[in-house]
Design a protein around this ligand. Structure first.
Ligand SMILES: *[C@@H]1O[C@H](CO)[C@@H](O)[C@H](O)[C@H]1NC(C)=O
Ligand SMILES: *[C@@H]1O[C@H](CO)[C@@H](O)[C@H](O)[C@H]1NC(C)=O
Ligand SMILES: *[C@@H]1O[C@H](CO)[C@@H](O)[C@H](O)[C@H]1NC(C)=O
Ligand SMILES: *[C@@H]1O[C@H](CO)[C@@H](O)[C@H](O)[C@H]1NC(C)=O
Ligand SMILES: *[C@@H]1O[C@H](CO)[C@@H](O)[C@H](O)[C@H]1NC(C)=O
Ligand SMILES: *[C@@H]1O[C@H](CO)[C@@H](O)[C@H](O)[C@H]1NC(C)=O
Ligand SMILES: *[C@@H]1O[C@H](CO)[C@@H](O)[C@H](O)[C@H]1NC(C)=O
Ligand SMILES: *[C@@H]1O[C@H](CO)[C@@H](O)[C@H](O)[C@H]1NC(C)=O
Ligand SMILES: *[C@@H]1O[C@H](CO)[C@@H](O)[C@H](O)[C@H]1NC(C)=O
Length: 813
């Protein structure tokens, strides 16, 4: 016991020791920052010091700022991006005695003599003297101030961003100096030197933000500032985390994000993929989650995969090389720097007299490169091919709709088409040398050869087997029925069918009919023949291929799934069986002919009647109440949204995807937020880090109620001018905010979906509105339980007028 206390005291002492010695409050002429020492902001949010990028060899040191109070090192700013120090020994961040600039001094390369590798580099006429001090603020800004007057900021890191914009920092232009504040991606995962991608405010003076490749080619535009958001980035302001503003004064024009709650951690990064990514820290999973990206698809980034690269959105990493090509630099490729592109494994054999042995490889269904193609006069595919062969510089051709297109020089921006792509695909024929084609063929042959060998072996074995076969057949007929029974009962009595991978592949026609998908994987329609006695029937089902499971063991998976198999409720989608074969894990559900609620509610088509909507509200509430209370273990759904509410033939709602939180474990919140828009249904505690309870589902249910009432997405903006008599100055707001206000004022009628033309039951509408508003209260204790919601909707208990939720109020104020 006493030794434990001593230990504790020692640990506490050691902690004090390191913080007292290692972390300074300011840097000044008399107090430089040396070697491993760091500068910490007042509340301990950010830390400044020298760092080595994660994963790199450790002989390169950079001056950087990172979050202090989270695991790992998330760097938001780098000083000496392109000129690292080679050691820490004599490294020093100091205020120069000559002119008062902040400068980083230390060894570089082989030379051990300290050199200035980075400086705030202000002209000395702008600096008052050598009395300056540097400090780091709690928003991550490193500032150099006049020692005699600390409100006189001389230089600040927010004026010189790297690849990250944290809240309160800006992207913009200093009109007085003409300097731009722009984000520039790192060169690769380990090198903070300026990379290929940058963003900048329109140099022509509009409020539009351009994303540029190689500081010249604009590949994405934000659209202009409309007063509350950027025209082409409407999802950005629709979140509960920060507010974006664009300000223009005579001195500057700037885009700034301000957090609603300073305890939240969020940042925007111009990533190695050329996309701007918005991250938020999820304390629940101790990880950063991407809320949105722009452009949405990394393959839309110009020349992301370099020359002769092939961008494939479905892969884990976007870039690969065309067949017959290899990365110019394998090393850069593994560090996620694809800009160097690919080169031919074997050169083309083009003789000066025009004869060649080159051939072509067909690349089906790609988005053709839009770089300056030449249109040939050829009338047939064969003619087109020979047109290309005749020119030594021709690299590829395509022949479609009677038109021959050939490409000379390097190919860029080749994309394998992804499911939701709106551009038409075509077949591209890539020119390869004879040797290159041989190589590809022989690698295919090797695979075929292997198969042939098995075939021979198979024939021999088949002969042997045939002898015993007749006896076995008789035996199997006897066993067949009994075995089907054991197959069904072998998982803890939950009567789930265990399917083989082959069964499900056949039933879904090789996973060809995709019904939808979310963070956990895609869902496919399948038809399975089922035998009942002598009759066989065709049963439709939905097969979910799980993706976010990681390396979960087979046994654990079976245990979790079998508990899900025990859950039966008329408002929950029934789990019929599963498949677990190696890394392939699938769940088989009953098929819901009407699809999910979002399709019926938000898309054009016949409008859901009020009666149906109210029926759906009560059904979903009952299903959730059962999950929360009725099962042996309480199940928090964690992902209630219209996409997860399926409808039966008679409009009876059934909740899908329950139990996923347990199945996917720690990765859950990652899977949650990978789908755009889901954030709108997440309760504030997901981001504030409080434990998640059943009340998180109540919150999401409240959001869904608003959508059922109004027929519009809660996360979408609402133009107040649509609503007559509104006195609000800001014409754009969250729908739930506006609706909650109306409900509190007692004007529930205006909240209802206009497509209903007033065909609602007023007392039901009022009940639903009040319940919705109570469900989205910030304080968990104020939200009702799902059992209370059921009673309230059924009219068993009276619902008082609710207060307007505070978090939502923030957003409008
Ligand atoms: C910096 O810290 C590392 C380990 O924490 C230590 O090995 C190294 O000697 C330190 N260097 C200096 C200059 O203090
Ligand atoms: C400081 O700025 C000048 C131009 O104003 C530039 O030539 C010089 O390279 C800069 N020095 C550093 C260390 O950034
Ligand atoms: C330097 O700063 C101190 C306060 O930190 C002030 O008292 C002193 O007058 C300043 N000296 C000069 C030369 O500005
Ligand atoms: C301190 O600096 C600020 C900003 O430059 C200036 O407005 C203020 O007058 C200065 N205060 C003093 C006492 O010099
Ligand atoms: C900026 O304005 C000039 C002249 O008006 C125009 O030629 C140019 O295309 C504009 N640049 C961009 C990026 O819009
Ligand atoms: C990027 O632009 C520079 C000139 O601004 C040019 O020299 C260089 O070749 C370009 N890089 C690529 C990969 O095209
Ligand atoms: C958040 O931080 C900013 C500056 O860092 C400060 O001005 C603001 O008052 C803070 N807000 C809250 C609620 O703490
Ligand atoms: C690989 O990366 C290094 C530094 O990041 C760069 O200097 C080099 O040009 C790159 N090579 C290619 C082929 O892109
Ligand atoms: C073209 O030149 C190659 C050798 O460079 C030769 O083998 C071939 O016969 C020549 N073809 C014609 C049509 O002259």
């Amino acid at each position: 016991m006493s030794s434990l206390i001593v230990m504790a005291a020692f640990v506490a002492l050691a902690f004090c020791f390191t913080t007292a010695v290692g972390a300074a409050a300011t840097v000044s002429v008399r107090r430089p920052l040396r070697g491993n020492d760091t500068l910490v902001s007042a509340q301990g949010k950010f830390e400044l010091g020298l760092f080595t990028p994660a994963g790199s060899s450790g002989d390169r040191f950079y001056l950087g700022i990172w979050y202090k109070n989270i695991p790992g090192q998330t760097v938001i700013w780098v000083g000496n991006r392109a000129s690292p120090l080679s050691g820490l020994a004599s490294a020093e961040l100091r205020v120069s005695t000559d002119d008062g600039n902040l400068e980083l001094v230390g060894p570089t390369g082989a030379s051990a003599t300290p050199m200035v590798v980075w400086s705030s580099n202000m002209s000395s006429s702008l600096l008052p003297g050598s009395n300056n001090t540097a400090e780091i603020h709690d928003n991550g800004n490193l500032v150099l101030v006049d020692g005699g007057n600390s409100s006189n900021v001389l230089w600040q890191s927010f004026d010189h961003p790297t690849d990250t914009q944290v809240p309160e920092a800006w992207v913009g232009e200093n009109k007085l100096t003409g300097e731009y504040q722009a984000l520039t991606s790192w060169r690769n995962a380990q090198d903070p030197a300026p990379g290929m991608f940058s963003d900048t405010l329109d140099p022509n003076g509009t409020s539009e933000i351009f994303f540029m490749w190689n500081r010249s080619y604009v590949y994405w535009r934000s659209g202009v500032w409309t007063g509350s958001f950027f025209a082409r980035l409407p999802e950005a302001p629709k979140n509960f985390i920060y507010k974006t503003t664009y300000v223009e004064t005579p001195a500057y024009r700037r885009l700034i994000n301000v957090l609603y709650d300073n305890a939240t951690m969020a940042r925007h990064v111009l990533d190695l993929t050329g996309q701007l990514k918005m991250y938020v820290w999820m304390p629940t999973s101790q990880s950063w989650q991407v809320l949105w990206t722009a452009p949405m698809v990394s393959c839309d980034v110009y020349a992301l995969c370099g020359t002769f690269g092939l961008c494939d959105q479905s892969g884990k990493l976007p870039c690969g090389c065309l067949p017959g090509f290899a990365p110019v630099s394998e090393r850069n490729w593994t560090l996620n720097d694809w800009s160097g592109g690919c080169r031919r494994s074997w050169p083309l054999t083009c003789a000066p007299n025009g004869s060649t042995t080159d051939g072509f490889l067909a690349l089906p269904d790609v988005k053709l490169p839009d770089d300056s193609p030449a249109v040939g006069a050829a009338k047939s595919k064969l003619e087109c091919e020979s047109t290309c062969l005749k020119s030594c510089s021709c690299q590829a051709y395509a022949f479609s709709a009677g038109e021959c297109t050939v490409w000379h020089g390097e190919l860029r921006n080749l994309q394998r088409l992804y499911v939701d792509s709106d551009s038409p695909g075509a077949d591209l024929y890539v020119r390869l040398s004879e040797r290159g084609l041989q190589d590809l063929r022989s690698s295919v042959d090797r695979k075929k050869m292997g198969r042939k060998l098995w075939l021979v072996l198979g024939i021999v074995l088949a002969g042997v087997a045939a002898v015993g076969a007749s006896a076995i057949v008789a035996w199997r007929i006897v066993l067949a029925r009994r075995r089907r029974l054991t197959k069904m009962a072998n998982v803890n009595g939950s009567s789930l069918v265990v399917y083989s991978y082959g069964d499900l592949r056949a039933a879904t026609k090789n996973f060809s009919d995709r019904l939808g998908g979310g963070g956990f994987g895609s869902v496919y329609r399948g038809v399975l023949k089922q035998h009942k006695g002598d009759n066989s029937t065709h049963v439709q089902m939905a097969v979910k291929k799980l993706e976010s499971l990681g390396r979960q063991g087979d046994k654990q998976f079976r245990t979790e799934v079998s508990t899900l198999g025990l859950i039966h409720h008329v408002n929950l989608v029934r789990l019929l069986g599963f498949c677990s074969s190696g890394d392939e894990k699938m769940l088989v559900y009953e098929y819901m002919p009407r699809g999910s609620l979002d399709g019926l509610l938000f898309h054009d088509g016949p409008c859901l009647s009020w009666r149906d909507r109210y029926y759906i509200m009560i059904g979903v509430a009952r299903g959730l109440a059962y999950l929360h209370l009725g099962c042996r273990d309480c199940i928090i759904h964690c992902d209630i949204k219209p996409e997860n509410i399926l409808l039966d033939e008679d409009m009876s709602p059934k909740i899908a995807d329950f139990g996923m939180a347990k199945l996917v474990g720690r990765d859950f919140s990652r899977a949650l937020t990978t789908m755009r828009g889901t954030i709108g249904y997440l309760a504030p505690e997901w981001i504030s880090g409080q434990p998640i309870s059943t009340k998180a589902d109540v919150y999401s249910f409240g959001m869904v109620l608003f959508e059922l009432i109004s027929g519009r997405r809660s996360s979408e903006g609402y133009n107040m001018t649509e609503a007559a008599g509104s006195r609000c100055s800001d014409s754009w707001t969250f729908f739930p905010v506006w609706a909650a206000g109306k409900i509190v004022e007692g004007e529930v009628g205006v909240v209802a979906d206009p497509r209903l033309h007033g065909q609602v039951r007023p007392e039901e509408l009022e009940r639903a509105c009040r319940v919705a508003c109570w469900c989205i209260q910030d304080e968990e204790v104020l939200r009702p339980t799902m059992a209370q919601v059921v009673q309230a909707l059924e009219g068993v208990v009276h619902v008082h007028a609710p207060p307007v939720p505070r978090v939502l109020q923030h957003i409008v104020s």
